[in-house]
Design a protein around this ligand. Structure first.
Ligand SMILES: NC(=O)c1ccc[n+]([C@@H]2O[C@H](COP(=O)([O-])OP(=O)(O)OC[C@H]3O[C@@H](n4cnc5c(N)ncnc54)[C@H](OP(=O)(O)O)[C@@H]3O)[C@@H](O)[C@H]2O)c1
Length: 242
């Protein structure tokens, strides 16, 4: 099954954070191929031109500029999307990242705050900015990206593991609050994603076992589709064969 066949998103507006990222790019392509209108979050105005492919349908593409760490900026991202397309049906929180490598007792407060802010606070702020407009229509999907690493503490990854665990708990919380009001909230747990950065970091790994951004985008499209109407508060493992 091609991703584009999975569902018809012709009437849908999808707001994707991390538009310049590996997964964000795949998610944007997949939703555009399915007919959606896509607002992609970029941090720098200079990235706006590059976030969509040159042959993407301009009338269905909008770059929205802001810093996901900043409360007022995030409110502006929701506003820019509503100004452009009039509604938000789906929020996909792909923005996030990793800083790791020190045992917890040697980890700086700066690194702790960075992980919690980048992975957990961004989901909190973005969801909080978008939920009111979804509630007004009693309709919406919120899909966030946690990680397999959220399920278990591992050495030298304390703040990262904790921040991704927070994404799962926030997902469950929002789901409990919103599932009776037409809004589905779920997250996915990628294993290692097949990205240029991961290949460069572990060149001897078997890349074929990793999960591709396109494969993850397919799962995200499924969660946004009518077929997933009864899925609430899930944390779906998508590990490839790793
Ligand atoms: N890569 C993996 O193996 C792996 C495994 C498990 C889970 N994940 C999770 O999967 C998601 C996608 O991963 P990825 O590899 O696609 O990440 P990526 O390529 O590093 O992309 C991260 C995106 O987040 C954006 N971003 C970061 N801070 C921001 C801020 N303050 N405001 C606005 N945007 C901001 C980046 O924008 P800029 O381009 O401006 O920096 C970029 O678009 C992340 O949540 C990651 O934690 C990844």
């Amino acid at each position: 099954m091609k991703v584009g066949d999975m569902d018809d998103f012709q009437q849908q507006v999808v707001l994707v954070t991390g538009g310049t990222g590996n997964l964000g790019q795949a998610v944007i392509r997949a939703f555009l191929a399915s007919g959606a209108r896509v607002a992609a979050v970029v941090r720098k105005p200079g990235d706006a031109a590059a976030v969509f492919a040159a042959d993407a349908p301009a009338e269905r593409c909008r770059a929205v500029v802001g810093d996901l760490m900043d409360e007022s900026s995030v409110a502006g991202l929701a506003r820019q999307t509503l100004d452009a397309f009039g509604r938000i049906d789906v929020l996909v929180n792909t923005a996030g990242g990793i800083r790791a490598g020190t045992p917890l007792h040697e980890t700086s407060l700066q690194d702790w705050d960075f992980m919690m802010n980048l992975n957990a606070r961004t989901v909190f702020l973005m969801a909080r900015a978008v939920i009111p407009t979804m509630l007004a229509r009693q309709q919406g999907r919120i899909i966030s990206i946690a990680a397999r690493a959220a399920l278990k503490g591992t050495a030298r990854h304390g703040p990262y593991n904790a921040s991704k665990m927070a994404v799962i708990r926030l997902t469950e919380t929002m789901s409990a609050e919103l599932k009776g009001r037409g809004i589905n909230v779920n997250c996915i747990l990628p294993g290692t994603i097949d990205t240029p950065a991961n290949r460069a970091e572990t060149p001897d790994a078997d890349f074929s076992k990793w999960v591709s951004p396109e494969s993850l985008a397919g799962v995200i499209l499924f969660l946004a589709s009518p077929a997933a109407a009864d899925i609430h508060g899930a944390a779906i493992p998508v590990y490839g064969r790793s």
